[in-house]
Write a protein of this length. Structure first.
Length: 140
């Protein structure tokens, strides 16, 4: 697999959401740091450690064939010389689903290396019911 060069964490983040919406496993994994210490937690999932485990989780997600569009709100971004943290609410909609999904709270940690910025850690959790209700109320 070939790593892509991302000049900024924002470039890597944009590529992440693009790969996610297209269900493109190769594009998704080109965003992740090729490091055995990468960590990913999907909503309601266990902690996955290592490039192979993270890759397999995305392969299973994309194998469902269901593609979601994602809208990001309430983004908070902090960036240093070598690391960046992006936290936001993610709003997913899946073609064919009538009911709106509750938002996801996601934190992504990007690391800068010789190959530019790459995703080192992602933790995504379902929003608590009271937060989900409040976010939904502001979206309509």
């Amino acid at each position: 697999m070939t790593m892509r060069f991302f000049a900024t964490p924002q470039d890597a983040e944009a590529a992440f959401y693009d790969a996610l919406e297209r269900g493109d496993l190769d594009a998704m994994m080109a965003i992740w740091a090729e490091d055995e210490e990468v960590v990913c937690v999907h909503p309601d999932g266990e902690r996955l450690v290592g490039f192979a485990a993270v890759r397999e989780s995305w392969r299973l997600i994309f194998a469902s064939g269901r593609h979601a569009s994602v809208r990001v709100t309430d983004a908070v971004r902090r960036q240093g010389v070598l690391m960046a943290l992006h936290s936001a609410h993610e709003h997913y909609s899946v073609a064919g689903e009538e009911q709106q999904r509750p938002p996801v709270i996601a934190s992504n940690v990007f690391m800068r290396g010789a190959q530019g910025w790459h995703l080192l850690s992602r933790h995504a959790s379902s929003a608590p019911a009271q937060l989900a209700a409040g976010i939904s109320a502001t979206l309509h």
